[in-house]
Design a protein around this ligand. Structure first.
Ligand code: 5GP
Ligand code: MG
Ligand code: MG
Length: 180
């Protein structure tokens, strides 16, 4: 698995440190509020479990399964919800967590859908941000790292379902794409 990585972009230590900072920031911003975090499965699960433990205040956690990508490395442009929220988020302060914001289509579609449930506030957090790739001008409210326009894997991010359990974030060797 590690042999398939060309470059390590973010080490485990860099990720851990930044996630702690993000948690402190979010806890400060939401002090006294009724925070519900919504984790976009599968990719954001790794980031979200670390991030929520770094947010030192009461909060609730919910999950959504939404997919816009097939097995490839670019978006199909349409987001399908396969599992919707189960928490009642009406009047709550909602933070949607994804692993990475790329075109921005996922966050745009999900926040559009969640707005129908009338949360008090609705914000977004992503560990990585490929700002160059945005098609809709959307900015996440909390971003861990701005990264270059490269397809990355690890810490939840997959290629064709693999590499999610790498503890760091890296760029795959081109040979990997040729073989799958
Ligand atoms: P967007 O909808 O913003 O284009 O893309 C967000 C989703 O695309 C993420 O939740 C993630 O599933 C996937 N994605 C975007 N860029 C990458 C990447 O570099 N690597 C991986 N593994 N997934 C990505
Ligand atoms: Mg995703
Ligand atoms: Mg994926």
């Amino acid at each position: 698995m590690h042999d398939d990585i060309k470059t390590v972009l973010l080490t485990k230590e860099e990720i851990d440190a930044r996630v702690q900072e993000m948690g402190k920031q979010i806890a400060a911003d939401y002090a006294g509020k009724e925070l519900v975090v919504i984790v976009l499965l599968k990719g954001a699960a790794w980031f979200a479990t670390d991030l929520t433990r770094a947010i030192d205040m009461p909060l609730r956690v919910d999950f959504m399964v939404a997919s816009s990508y097939g097995n490839g490395t670019s978006t199909s442009g349409s987001v399908k919800v396969k599992l919707d929220v189960s928490e009642d988020i009406k009047g709550k302060d909602v933070l949607v967590i994804d692993d990475i914001i790329d075109s921005g289509v996922t966050f745009a579609s999900i926040t559009d859908m969640l707005r129908h449930y009338k949360p008090a506030t609705l914000k977004t957090a992503a560990l990585c941000d490929k700002a160059e790739r945005r098609v809709n001008g959307l900015e996440a409210d909390y971003v861990g790292f701005k990264i270059p326009d490269e397809f990355v894997v690890g810490y939840g991010l997959d290629y064709a379902g693999d590499y999610r359990n790498l503890p760091f974030i890296g760029i795959l060797k081109p040979a990997v794409y040729a073989r799958k």
